[in-house]
Design a binder for this molecule. Sequence first.
Ligand code: GLU
Length: 482
Amino acid sequence: MRVRFAPSPTGNLHIGSLRTALFNWLFAQRHGATYIVRIEDTDKARSTPEFEANIMAGMAWVGLNYDEGPDSNGACGPYRQSERSYHDGIHQVLDSGHAYRCFCTESELEAEKAAADAAKRPYQYSRKCRHLSEAEIQARLASGVPYTIRFAVPESGDLTFEDAVRGSITFDLALLSDFILAKSDGLPSYHFAVVADDIAMGITHVLRGEDHISNTPKHILLFQALLPAGQSMPTFGHFPIILGPDRTKLSKRHGATSITDYQAQGFLPAAIVNYLALLGWSAPDGQEVQPVADMVRQFSLERIHKAGAIFDTQKLTWMNKQYIKQLSLADFRSAVAPFLDPALMADIANQISDDALDRVFDSVRDSVDRLDQINTVLAVYARTDAQRQEQLSDTVWTDAQKTLLAAVYDALGSLSEVSDKTAIKSALMGVVKALNMPTGLVFKTVRLAVSGEVSGPDLTTLLSVYPMSVLQDRCRVIIHSS
Ligand code: GLU
């Protein structure tokens, strides 16, 4: 089996494209198929090497490795359409009578379109040039009239194919225009290049987005005209469209759509892969958060949904949080490293010793659902004593709070090792018990006294960051305040 992901480098790697790439990859992994990446850059005006580089980098970032592609030495290259010549294939279709030269000018075609619009019928090329005599053709060629090459679509009848996702689909050929195979500069159209490449690369499964369903009858006709003896038609399968929350096609209006943006916001590649796999597919075991190896084991085209899949940033963010939680502390620290603000880290270094940094990061691990939030949650550790006292200047401390802080002061004093979270926790619980005060009140008061904030990192981890004397000083200021 051979499958391909065939992006056009006319933009950065898009969420929808990556979902197509992923489903092909899961299919390939599941079945031991060869996975091919093909760059479809026939649209010279819109394709750029930068977009291609962005697409390839995005694939690498999420771990979608491939067997054959632009940077491999696969046997079926070139894997960039701009590097392949389609001339012979186009002439093969022309010579076998499946295609013809169309000498119609732009303005003639415009007039046909305008007439169709005026009559409110769908535009279809009039097929004027389909019936030119050999002499008429030769005369135009001799005088150098430019021409395109069009496929001669059968004028009536049905074309049916079995879609691996959607079942049987039938098209009325009478509604299909004679589509262009080669433009007047001789370059192939998208339709021709796709089919020629799928044949040259021995593709067995064409798996792509639903927006290509209407292209499939054209492609099937071309396959029928071009397939060498012994090679069979690939299986087609179309994935459901990705919608925004308002059920219209996902677009920039709905927020970020490029993988680069999600990377910059601090989404983990594994979370993106997991979330995208659920956009139109579900595992038979019903698990949502699952390692990619489990998805590979369970993936099948039969379980791909027909209905459009709604892209839900909140769910993706939730998924990201699950993956952040699973990281080891060391992995968490390296994942957030590119997001850290050096100025903030310098301020933290002025307040906190290096050996407490692991505890600093450990304390904020559960507070971020995107890595780019790291600076906000770390800010509490950067404050100077003066800044914290300023923050607390309007706080009125009740006698009960002062009493409990005095008890906390003593309890901390009895600890030999303040960095031990379990010991800190039991010291606080000892105060709760001894004073018979609500746990919430004790924890909130201690948090406010020590950090100047009403909420923030896990309290016992936060306390474990500071030397005991610092914690006691912060309590003492309040105990003796008026
Ligand atoms: N290059 C096409 C696209 O980016 C994909 C063509 C195909 O998968 O057949 O939409």
